[in-house]
Design a protein around this ligand. Structure first.
Ligand SMILES: [Zn+2]
Length: 167
């Protein structure tokens, strides 16, 4: 954890700042840069584009993503000082997709917050995912999972929980 202090991960976002996120979806290859918060308010047009990118690509279902899940990623971007995109593994999951994934994986929860648009699985391009996981856990905000082999973190806006591989 060289230049990045864990304590800094708990910093709260300032209301006046512009929050922009860049995404590349690992399954669809789609890119998006979205200024989703500006002048003290969430930008609905930008959120709509984010919802589209983070749709259930298996069923092509678009669902509103909780902006606070985006804030978790944005706070991680700030504390890492990186400008590279987040590589998205999973955003919204329809109940059909979640059930299908559950049949093939032990790591998928029956009542996953992905089905409420409140969870995102991602990695930060070019940044060690274990360090990203440590910072996400230190946010003490929502749930944080770390999947070392698959190389991603799960962040959500539910209760504070920590699970997954050791860092
Ligand atoms: Zn997840």
């Amino acid at each position: 954890m060289a230049a990045v202090g864990i304590g800094a991960a708990r910093r709260t976002l300032a209301g006046g700042e512009r929050r922009e996120l860049c995404f590349i979806h690992t399954h669809t290859g789609e890119h998006l840069t979205a200024l989703y918060y500006d002048a003290g308010a969430y930008c609905q047009a930008a959120l709509a584009r984010v919802n589209e990118l983070l749709r259930d690509f298996r069923t092509e279902t678009v669902f509103p993503i909780d902006p606070q899940a985006l804030d978790r990623l944005y706070a991680l971007q700030v504390v890492t000082g990186r400008r590279e995109p987040f590589e998205i593994i999973s955003g919204y999951r329809s109940p059909v997709t979640n059930a299908a994934l559950r049949r093939n994986s032990h790591g998928v929860a029956e009542h996953s917050l992905h089905m409420q648009g409140r969870a995102i699985d991602a990695r930060l391009q070019g940044y060690p995912t274990s360090q990203l996981a440590a910072l996400a856990r230190a946010q003490m905000s929502g749930g944080t999972g770390f999947y070392r082999v698959s190389d991603f973190i799960h962040v959500d806006t539910g209760a504070v929980r920590i699970w997954g591989d050791p860092i």
